[in-house]
Design a protein around this ligand. Structure first.
Ligand code: FAD
Ligand code: SIN
Length: 528
């Protein structure tokens, strides 16, 4: 087995990981692992934009209040203030890296609006902001001689004291074991500090806007290594995922509603959101997704309509060029006809518990971006706050590592990965079947509306699958699909256990058995 040594190891090449790398590389040798291509994470898929107070008339207080209202009061106010106040500088850094934010007519940048924001404050690059950001960050990382980018390298488990040549019960993290997609060989990547920036766990659900790799690997690895995870019951369902039998996870950005799009009942053309909330289509996502779920179930529909065809065609084409082009390919002209949409899982609000320096419970381990529960989002993320979180906490982790470098112990000698008792898998079908099963019952039993009975049913299935997967994992050589399946089971378990612990309905966790809000907002914290 090969051992690779760096100063800092970053697992994940999206907004959080690359931000951290760029901020560390002037002083340290940094490796960035990605389990597929560098641009395969959610970052490159982001559409709407990035929230920041950038215009006269808008205030930090207003962005903070909007974030806490969307988060149903569960947010950590200090974290919210930290992120919101650091947002304008984060946008400036991106602009300096070459992100071509759309210019405004009177102000420097055009700001769009999204649900839950009481002001226009979303900078964007047309309707494909994430792609522009990912390209700019990749270019900066590629250009830096101290950054080694390693795609197609799938992290398996964190290396801690118990993996040392000399066993230690110390919880310090010293890097990760990872398997190459190309060779199938396992290597160790060893470093003084490790940053998890592995993104979310959307693929725990049957329908998700997230890319194929969003399997919660970082959350599962940190949990297995002994870090606490928090608020896993809060899975955000985006109201408007395209309903199309061929294209299963194409998002229609919330900015379509921000720029005047209406949600309608397909059979009658009725605009239904005003019946549910005075903010209508611009209510926070949990409210809109629940209203849609209600109407779809009540009327036995497959989808509802999102309609922006009442706006001038040039306005629609100019604001949403990618969505317009993509839907034209599918035979829908959004300047003339409505878009069939359904809610789909979109964002993992919970994750590895972190502080304002992006530190986890484990010395030497940091977490930034969607993998983390930093206290920013509370019970429901405000639109366009998540890319922002990646930039702010990617930089915060880098700052803390730089300032405390001398306190981080040098890694000990690490044992090689042991494959002496495993053979090649002969039952790929088992892995595929288990994947499908988890995603299906999570969708059916742990979705937008929950009950204790449904959660218990899900838990029962997870317990059975967990045994099967552990047995499989113990006998066969590790492969990317198996690693992801093992993590999916772990994360599904964390979601269901957290949901069972919450005896109220708050934000994204809505249960018919406890429909009310408890007076005190408390995080769910699971301790390994
Ligand atoms: P990601 O960008 O998801 O990157 C994860 C990285 O981790 C990848 O490089 C992956 O390869 C790597 N990785 C994962 N597991 C492993 C492993 N085991 N080994 C090695 N590498 C691993 N947010 C906004 O603020 N504004 C928006 O407009 C917006 N639009 C969105 C649209 C869509 C369709 C989606 C899905 C999300 C959107 N979001 C948006 C959310 C936002 O994009 C994500 O929260 C954010 O990009 C997450 O960034 P990240 O750096 O944490 O992870
Ligand atoms: C969108 O464009 O609707 C996604 C924005 C987000 O997830 O923050």
């Amino acid at each position: 087995m090969t051992a690779h040594q760096f100063d800092v190891l970053i697992i994940g090449s999206g907004a959080a990981g690359l931000t951290a790398a760029i901020n560390l590389a002037d002083r340290f040798k940094v490796a960035v692992l990605a389990k597929g291509a560098l641009s395969d994470g959610s970052t490159a898929w982001a559409q709407g934009g990035i929230a920041a107070v950038l215009e006269p008339g808008d205030t930090f207080d207003s962005h903070i209040e909007d974030t806490i209202i969307a988060g149903a009061g569960l947010n950590n106010r200090k974290t919210v203030e930290f992120v919101v106040e650091n947002a304008p500088a984060a946008i400036e850094r991106l602009a300096a890296l070459g992100v071509p934010f759309n210019p405004g007519e009177t102000e420097r940048w055009h700001l769009t609006r999204e649900g839950g924001h009481s002001h226009r404050r979303i900078v964007h690059v047309n309707d494909a902001t994430g792609w522009a950001v990912q390209q700019a960050l990749e270019k900066a990382a590629n250009d830096h001689p101290n950054i080694t980018l390693i795609p197609d390298m799938v992290a398996i488990d964190l290396i801690t004291g118990r993996h040392g040549e000399v066993y230690s019960a110390m919880p310090n993290v010293h890097g990760v074991y990872a398997v190459s997609r190309k060779t199938g060989r396992v290597s160790s990547y060893i470093a003084r500090a490790t940053i998890l920036s592995t993104g979310g766990a959307g693929r725990t659900y049957l329908y998700s806007t997230a890319p194929r790799g969003a399997t919660g690997d970082g959350i599962a690895m940190a949990w297995r290594a002994g870090a606490r995870v928090s608020n896993m019951e809060f899975n955000q369902f985006h109201p408007t995922c395209l309903y199309n039998l061929q294209v299963k996870n194409f998002l229609i950005t919330e900015a379509v509603r921000g720029e005047g799009g209406h949600l309608k009942i397909p059979t009658t053309g009725e605009r239904f959101m005003p019946r549910f909330d005075p903010r209508a289509e611009l209510a926070p996502r949990d409210v809109v997704a629940r209203a849609m779920d209600h109407e779809i179930k009540r009327l036995g529909l497959d989808f509802v309509h999102l309609d922006i065809s009442h706006k001038p065609p040039e306005f629609v084409r100019e604001h949403f060029p990618n969505i317009h082009a993509k839907l034209l390919e599918l035979g829908i002209d959004i300047t003339r006809e409505p878009i069939p949409v359904v809610p789909a899982q979109h964002y993992t609000c919970g994750g590895v518990l972190t502080d304002l320096d992006a530190r986890t419970d484990l010395p030497g381990l940091y977490a930034a971006g969607e993998v983390a529960q930093s206290g920013l989002h509370g019970a429901n993320r405000l639109a366009s706050n998540s890319l922002l979180e990646c930039f702010v906490f990617g930089a915060a982790a880098a700052r803390h590592i730089t300032a405390h470098w001398d306190e981080l112990p040098a890694p000990p000698a690490i044992r090689p990965w042991d494959e002496s008792r495993v053979s090649d898998s002969d039952e790929e079908v088992v892995v595929q079947q288990c994947w499908r099963e988890i995603r299906q019952f999570m969708w059916n039993f742990v979705g937008i509306v929950r009950t204790t009975k449904r959660l218990e049913r899900a838990k029962h299935r997870i317990d059975l699958l967990r045994q099967e997967v552990a047995d499989y994992y113990g006998h066969f050589r590790v492969a990317p699909d198996l690693i992801e399946l093992r993590n999916l089971v772990e994360v599904a378990d964390l979601i269901v256990r957290s949901a069972l612990l919450r005896k109220e309905s708050r934000g994204l966790h809505y249960t018919l058995d406890y429909p009310n809000l408890l007076p005190e907002a408390k995080d769910t914290i699971l301790v390994p």
